[in-house]
Design a protein around this ligand. Structure first.
Ligand SMILES: C[S@@+](CC[C@H](N)C(=O)[O-])C[C@H]1O[C@@H](n2cnc3c(N)ncnc32)[C@H](O)[C@@H]1O
Length: 237
């Protein structure tokens, strides 16, 4: 059994070394960072985690979020992929919209409303590129061979379960059991729509300090992709 938060990897010694050094890349490697394309980057929750894991990150989103902290192009993902050469990127991450599967849209979906579902189309495009990829989405989405990450695995005060599919090997920390009343008791907070408390509390719980209220509700805690990024980094090297 691997303790919560500890990286279990096919190259566990290398990964443990990276983690114990707080993953600082120095010397020649710093000049040759692997490049990661973050599709549907939002205001950069996933991007930040990958950057912390040692990747040079470039984002694409149809909306330009003011505080996105990395180089960025505003575009529809599919027109971007159709019109640009992405061969320079070592890894492609995608966070397609999750409304069709999210618990937060259950009332609307029960009433017959459907939301755009880009998961299968995104996977189709990524497979054609023949590059390492990661697709992130919510539980219940049609991801394949996914791992599940949640905040308790990283000592965060959000539960925020998310699935990650990849064509590389991804291993997850041991699962965390959440008590039924873990939100009402104040042990964890939820950061959905506009119904959460203060932005300061949400920022602290998510490990995100640069987003607005509108941005943070869409975001993934950077700790998740930092953890995944470290596994990718080890496998790419
Ligand atoms: C779940 S949010 C991404 C959150 C982000 N990964 C993060 O961690 O902060 C999904 C994003 O997809 C973008 N989006 C939706 N459809 C798109 C499309 N066809 N092309 C580009 N971006 C799109 C939305 O603007 C939104 O920012």
């Amino acid at each position: 059994m691997v303790p919560a938060g500890e990286l279990m990897s096919i190259n566990i010694i290398q990964a443990a070394e990276l983690m114990s050094n707080n993953f600082q890349i120095v010397g020649e490697e710093a000049l040759n960072k692997p490049k990661l394309l973050d599709l549907y980057c939002g205001a950069g929750g996933c991007s930040m985690g990958y950057s912390r894991a040692g990747f040079d990150v470039f984002g694409v989103d149809k909306v330009a979020y003011r505080g996105y902290p990395f180089p960025f192009i505003q575009s529809d993902v599919f027109s971007f992929l159709e019109n640009n050469d992405v061969s320079q990127f070592d890894v492609i991450h995608a966070s397609p919209p999750c409304h069709q599967y999210s618990v937060s849209t259950v009332p609307q979906r029960s009433a017959g409303r459907t939301f755009v579902d880009l998961v299968a189309k995104t996977r189709f495009y990524l497979i054609q590129l023949e590059k390492p990829y990661v697709i992130e989405n919510v539980p219940g989405s049609p991801l394949k061979n996914y791992i599940e990450l949640s905040g308790g695995m990283f000592g965060l005060k959000v539960i925020r379960r998310r699935w990650f599919e990849s064509n590389l090997t991804l291993l997850s920390p041991s699962s965390v059991r959440y008590k039924r009343n873990s939100v009402s008791s104040g042990e964890y907070v939820t950061v959905v729509s506009n119904s959460f408390g203060s932005l300061a509390l949400a920022s602290d719980a998510m490990g995100i300090d640069w987003m607005t209220r509108r941005e943070i509700v869409l975001a993934i805690p950077p700790r998740y992709t930092e953890y995944i990024g470290m596994q990718l980094y080890v496998q790419l090297n």
